[in-house]
Write a protein that binds this ligand. Structure first.
Ligand code: SF4
Ligand code: SF4
Length: 335
């Protein structure tokens, strides 16, 4: 597995790391097997988050059982913006991950400049991260977000060692973010390498990302040993021209108004599983799985038509998707 230097952190990371979101869907035994397979395949980086429910604990338990803590660089992140809350988050992460140090702790999902200013204020979360760094509880501090202009502006080597941003063939907007980070010797980490599942040709997407020399690490989510093997194998050969053209055509067809299935919009007061509604629609319209998606949709209790247009979800979506309008379209498609 190719390793790249994660900027000034000097960590030599495997080009593919293990993204921890999907671990929420598996049990402890499966999580342990996935992490074991990752290690055997040459992966040496795991990224998770406080927001990913049991993901940190599953990783911590697995690493303890396997005795592999020292074989991985561990990264996590928190969306808390206030000093006291971040202090407590760091302690929780250390406990969950069953370790006395975390290699990279990231300020998770900065959405606005106001958000950032709160983090960096005297009573903000950043001070807690600096203290933890001084105490040896964390080694490096990173920033993550989804808004290219905002995050490019905030990619400041004085405060951060790494930047994590979405990047894939249908969302190349992160290129200037990574370019700036590399210029300042910061580490670059790609989240959403398959656009939250919108891209089904996973190997081609990873090959495409690998071609960008400003990318040091990509962290596809993996919830099976087979996925670990498939992702690692993908990078052994270059992207074929025919696949590149397919990706370009798909990007054109998809546009920018699509759900990345991050789940930040949830919970919906009407109990609608918002990303799943869009998933069914995508399967119906893009992947020719009409019967399958209609069947699944009809078995769901809270359907798109239950939307009361309260708009809460739209304030939470990091991609500013017009969810109400999209939900109406789903209802019209299926009902
Ligand atoms: S706008 Fe509709 S989908 Fe969004 S949170 Fe409100 S009820 Fe749920
Ligand atoms: S609608 Fe937005 S917040 Fe919700 S899962 Fe999709 S991309 Fe994420």
């Amino acid at each position: 597995m190719e390793k790249r230097r994660l900027g000034k952190t000097e960590m030599m990371v495997s080009l593919v790391g293990l993204g921890g979101i999907p671990l929420q869907r598996v049990d402890q035994e499966q999580a342990t097997q996935i992490i074991k397979a990752a290690h055997e395949s040459g992966i040496n980086f795991i990224d998770t988050a406080r927001a990913y429910s049991v993901s940190e604990s599953l990783i911590g338990n697995a690493l303890e059982t396997l005795g592999l803590r020292e074989e991985f660089y561990l990264a996590t992140k928190s969306m808390h913006r206030i000093y006291s809350a971040m202090k407590s988050e760091i302690e929780t992460s250390l406990k969950n991950l069953k370790t006395d140090y975390i290699d990279l702790y990231q300020v998770h999902l900065i959405k606005t400049k106001k958000d950032y200013d709160t983090v960096m204020s005297e009573e903000g979360a950043y001070r807690a991260l600096l203290e933890a760094k001084a105490e040896g509880k964390i080694r490096f501090i990173g920033i993550t977000g989804h808004d290219a202009k905002l995050i490019e502006g905030l990619t400041d080597p004085e405060f951060f060692d790494t930047v994590q941003f979405p990047y894939n063939p249908v969302e190349p907007q992160g290129e200037p973010v990574f370019r700036k980070a590399v210029k300042h010797d910061m580490g670059t980490i790609v989240m959403k390498p398959v656009a939250g599942g919108a891209i089904t040709d996973v190997p081609s997407s990873l090959k495409w990302i690998k071609e960008n020399p400003d990318v040091f690490l990509m962290i596809p989510g993996m919830d099976s040993v087979e996925q670990v093997i498939e992702n690692v194998r993908a990078l052994e050969t270059p992207l074929e021209e025919v696949k590149r053209r397919e990706l370009e055509a798909f990007a054109k067809e998809l546009g920018t108004e699509f759900c990345r299935r991050c789940g930040y919009c949830l919970p919906c007061p009407m109990g609608i599983d918002i990303p799943t509604m869009f998933l069914f629609e995508g399967y119906l319209k893009r992947y020719n799985l009409g019967e399958w998606s209609r069947e699944r949709y009809s078995s769901v209790e809270n359907k798109a038509s239950a939307c009361i247009k309260c708009g809460i979800c739209e304030t939470r979506c990091p991609y500013d998707l017009p969810i109400i309008k999209m939900m109406k379209r789903v209802a019209e498609t299926f009902e």
